[in-house]
Design a protein around this ligand. Sequence first.
Ligand code: GLN
Length: 194
Amino acid sequence: MKIGVLALQGAVTEHIVSIEKTGAQGLPIKRVEQLEEIKGLIIPGGESTTIGKLMRKYGFIEAIRDFAGQGKPVFGTCAGMIVLAKRIDGGEPAHLELMDITVARNAFGRQRESFECDLEVKGISEPVRAVFIRAPLIKEVGPEVDVLTVYKGEIVTARQGNLLVSSFHPELTDDYRLHQYFADMVEYSVAANQ
Ligand code: GLN
């Protein structure tokens, strides 16, 4: 089973390493044609404005909307979560507009630019190690969104059908259980489409 990592900008290699720990094959995705080879896609952290610009330039906006529209799972981490959101707080234009959430960028404040902690994630039995770097948070969710983690009153992990998002970077630790959770979503969607 091949899972792609959008490789326009950001933390690509680390996601591939985590994906391969689940037993799936990780593939950097640089061109839209490569989406045909994969069953699930990760949009990594980085800088969402830059990733959004490059996605427009290389035709990824329509291509990823199609991909997700076929029921194939997409996982956005940090900047990837911002890129998947329908709304960005403050009125900045949204990118893929796929997931019914409103995100606020750099929402943990300068004094807490980066930090690590253990988080409960609904559906995963033991707490998951999470690294936050200038992280966004989810300010509002639509009725179809399942909240998976609330940290200090803020939503930082959520799912809407085949879409999964986290404010933090699960790829920067040895803990690959959120990648395993995503790989299970991908496996389930492959089985359901056969
Ligand atoms: N602050 C970045 C943004 O707003 C996201 C940070 C990250 O992906 N680590 O795009």
